[in-house]
Write a protein that binds this ligand. Structure first.
Ligand SMILES: Nc1nc2c(c(=O)[nH]1)N[C@H]1C(S)=C(S)[C@@H](COP(=O)(O)O)O[C@H]1N2
Ligand SMILES: [Mo]
Length: 317
């Protein structure tokens, strides 16, 4: 029989949820006040003290155990900072995230730059614990902090012609050592259909693990689309463009056969070079652990399958 070591047991498993959340709130405030000496160890492992983001727990959260902070912030894809998973934690901290503004443009009534400080105050923050499934067949569970992207969309008023939204990542040659590599056509860009972008699960994230995002995870603002492969969730966003036609996206431009526009997590559609049927949970599943089955739409089928009725998901992969 498998014996759980104490650190593998989520506190949510041994404590009733409301108590668990209150305790976490205490831990967060304690961190903010410096009571715990700069960091705390809990169910998330060591989390360094940062700028705390107060958020209320969301009913959209999974009850699965969150990945340790160490892995979520240390095992990252952010190719602008290098293609190795360990590169972004080394180089990204050099990127300045203030001042920062996000340009709103295209088919929208309220165009123009939005300052990050105003964006942060746009709607109440929620903590959303989501599964994240990378196209490379690994997954994590991350407690994000942010609000539904729909909150922003409502306020900027897209025109009737807007059918898609495109996200563009910052290009900072000083810190982004990966911009010299010809892997992608920089800047990194991604896109969603407007109804996907407006889905309540689509999150505009400013933080994770109760604090502002570490740069390597997309500070100061990123998108998180939990039912799609991770690469759809663009980091460190500087531009949001509403368009009439399907926008080009960085990964689709680089290898159209491998990365479709939709990129919904789908165990039935393999990547041309590997299976998408299973995944390995980072920080939990060892090399010899049987692989976990990947779920349709990353387990969010009940909420999102309706967006794709009538579509051939093998063609629109
Ligand atoms: N700008 C930018 N955004 C990006 C990437 C990237 O290389 N550049 N990588 C993507 C990929 S492949 C994944 S799996 C997720 C990982 O997010 P995380 O590191 O915060 O878990 O970010 C996505 N967003
Ligand atoms: Mo990914």
């Amino acid at each position: 029989m498998l014996i759980k070591r104490p650190f593998m047991i989520a506190s949510s498993e041994i404590t009733p949820r409301p108590v668990y959340l209150r305790r976490r709130d205490f831990l967060r405030r304690a961190v903010a006040l410096g009571l715990l000496g700069g960091s705390y160890t809990g169910s998330w492992g060591q989390v360094p003290a940062g700028r705390t983001l107060t958020a209320k727990a969301s009913a959209l959260s999974t009850r699965e155990k969150a990945t340790a902070y160490e892995h979520a912030s240390g095992y990252v894809n952010f190719y602008e900072f290098g293609t190795d998973k360990g590169d972004p934690p080394v180089y990204a901290p050099k990127m300045k995230t203030r001042p920062w503004s996000v340009m709103i443009d295209g088919e929208v009534k309220r165009k123009g730059p939005l300052d990050i400080e105003d964006l942060l105050k746009l709607a109440p923050m929620e903590e959303r614990i989501y599964r994240l499934r990378c196209v490379e067949a690994w997954s994590m569970v991350i407690p994000w902090v942010g609000f539904s992207f729909a909150e922003l969309v409502k306020r900027v008023e897209p025109t009737s012609r807007a059918k898609y939204v495109a996200f563009t990542t910052r290009m900072d040659p000083e810190s982004m050592v990966g911009l010299n590599l010809p892997v992608l056509n920089w800047p990194y860009s991604e896109g969603l259909r407007l109804d996907e972008a407006m889905h309540p699960l689509t999150l505009l994230a400013f933080g994770m693990y109760g604090q502002t995002l570490p740069n390597q995870n997309g500070a100061p603002v990123r998108i998180v689309v939990p039912w799609k492969y991770g690469f759809k969730s663009a980091k460190s966003i500087v531009k949001i463009t509403f368009t009439e036609h399907q926008p080009n996206t960085a990964w689709n431009d680089a290898a159209a056969r491998e990365y479709g526009f939709y990129s919904n997590v789908n165990p039935e559609v393999d990547h041309p070079r590997w299976s998408q049927a299973t995944e390995r949970r980072i920080g939990e599943d060892g090399f010899f652990t049987p692989k976990r089955k990947t779920l349709m739409f990353n387990g969010y089928a009940d909420q999102v399958a309706g967006l794709y009725t009538g579509m051939d998901l093998k063609k629109n992969f």
